[in-house]
Design a protein around this ligand. Structure first.
Ligand code: UDX
Length: 430
């Protein structure tokens, strides 16, 4: 596994756990040192334990020596980052291509090269052209990951599907053997062309992003029409053609994949002179959503944020991860502070350096300390430990205001407790 980020580390550890000999290689010496001490550099539930178990069983090795890793492996997974290029929709493939050049340089015998990183349709063809001088040594295939942060181990072990894209049919048998323990437990094994597999990944993420954006837009309508968005999600989701998942209204979607992959899909389509207006609108609507939420915060506080004490619960883009990428908190907190509010935040994954330079922004070590005496509590991320907070007990203010961006709490119970409660897409929610 080249790259020990979320994808490489989780996949590598899980491949070891189903009985393979795995070498995880990374240029980052700090990361590898940490891993060799049995510590995961990322926060992912269950990962530390699984790393330790497989490391001790000597099925999992961590190294910075890429030459050795390449030489000792039959199958090489490329798991490095494919971020968006700064200020552009395009995908930065430089990390992938630098791996390919290293593979070319160090390979002595036949290898299967697999892109697990999310790469635009046609990337496998570019990789193949770089390797063409020694093409007999390589099979280049695509095997996209569908791991959700916070649920990554479960998603690896019980996947909805395993997708293998290859133009060489012989490879399908090898890959089926690799994934056999998961297939035997019921995972669907889908084979397609290499370009097909590359596109399935982007199509899946863009579609999920579309589902979320759709329900978020409907939540805006529900707020005005006095309808509960959760009834709409349930009613729509019960249609098996639609499906109930990813229909939870909330803040704009964030994370390491949806924002970058929706953009990446558009830029890949542009290469083929194809426009994807639906996906373009999703990106725009998602970007605009943060402004709607900021407007609501202003309204809740009487359009005057100066000297207001605001407490944020949860700053990561979703629960069970320490990942801050494209989290709404990165936009909301600096805005509130700029407008003169004093902001406390608490997140179970700890303090974030993203806010360390903001003067009136403070990390608090627990929920109580975070929320006491605040004018407004904003719930941004639905961590389990926020589910049963007794706000009456911990906020000493007489007038308690809560803006729940994840619809974690019950409107009726809040009313009974005389808490001024605002949520997303529910009757009387604004
Ligand atoms: C995603 C894909 O789900 C995964 O298959 C892919 O390989 C990597 O990207 P991830 O980004 O880890 O996974 O998280 P996910 O659970 O998909 O959530 C993404 C964003 O959508 C988050 O901001 C989350 O809060 C939001 N979301 C999700 C909603 O707002 N509503 C929902 O109903 C579901």
């Amino acid at each position: 596994m080249i790259g020990t980020g979320y994808v490489g580390l989780v996949s590598g550890t899980c491949f070891a756990d189903i009985g393979n000999q795995v070498i995880c290689v990374d240029k980052d010496t700090n990361k590898i040192n940490k891993l060799n001490l049995g510590k995961s550099p990322i926060y992912e539930p269950g990962l530390n334990e699984l790393i330790k178990k497989n490391y001790q069983a000597k099925r999992l090795i961590f190294t910075t020596d890429i030459e050795k890793a390449i030489n000792q492996s039959d199958i090489i997974f490329i798991c490095v980052g494919t971020p968006s290029k700064k200020g552009s929709l395009k995908v930065d493939l430089s990390y992938v291509m630098s791996c390919v050049r290293e593979i070319l340089r160090f390979t002595k015998k036949k290898k299967i090269i697999i892109t697990k990183s999310t790469v635009p349709v046609g990337t496998g063809d570019i990789i193949e052209s770089i390797l063409k001088k020694r093409k007999k040594l390589f099979s280049v295939i695509s095997n996209p990951e569908f791991l959700r942060e916070g649920e990554a181990i479960r998603d690896f072990k019980f996947p909805d599907r395993i997708v293998i894209g290859s133009n060489d049919k012989k490879i399908f048998t090898i890959m089926k053997n690799l994934y056999l323990p998961l297939i035997n437990k019921g995972a669907k094994f889908l084979v397609t062309s290499r370009r097909g597999a590359e596109l399935i990944k982007y199509a899946s993420n863009a579609f999920l992003a579309t589902k979320i954006t759709f329900i978020n837009e409907l939540a805006n309508l529900c707020e005005k029409a006095g309808v509960n968005i959760e009834d709409i999600s349930l009613g729509m989701g019960s249609d098996s053609r639609i499906g109930s998942r990813f229909l939870r209204a909330g803040p704009p979607y964030g994370g390491s994949c949806f924002p970058k992959d929706t953009k990446g899909l558009i830029s890949a389509a542009e290469k083929y002179k194809i426009k994807l207006p639906v996906v373009k609108t999703v990106i725009k609507s998602n970007q605009n959503r943060i402004h709607l939420l900021i407007k609501r915060i202003n309204k809740i506080l009487g359009n005057n944020l100066k000297n207001k004490k605001i407490s944020i619960l949860g700053v990561t883009f979703k629960p069970n991860t320490d990942d801050m990428r494209d989290s709404s908190s990165l936009k909301i907190i600096p805005y509130l502070c700029k407008k003169g509010a004093s902001v406390n935040y608490y997140d179970p994954s700890g303090e974030k350096k993203d806010f360390s330079k903001i003067k009136n922004c403070f990390f608090k070590k627990d929920i109580k300390e975070n929320c006491k005496n605040s004018n407004l509590v904003i719930l941004l991320t639905e961590w389990d430990e926020f589910k049963s907070i007794d706000f009456k007990k911990i906020i000493k203010n007489k007038r308690i205001k809560i803006f729940d961006l994840r619809n974690l709490y019950n409107t009726e119970e809040m009313k009974k407790s005389k808490i001024e409660y605002y949520s997303i897409g529910r009757p009387n929610s604004n």
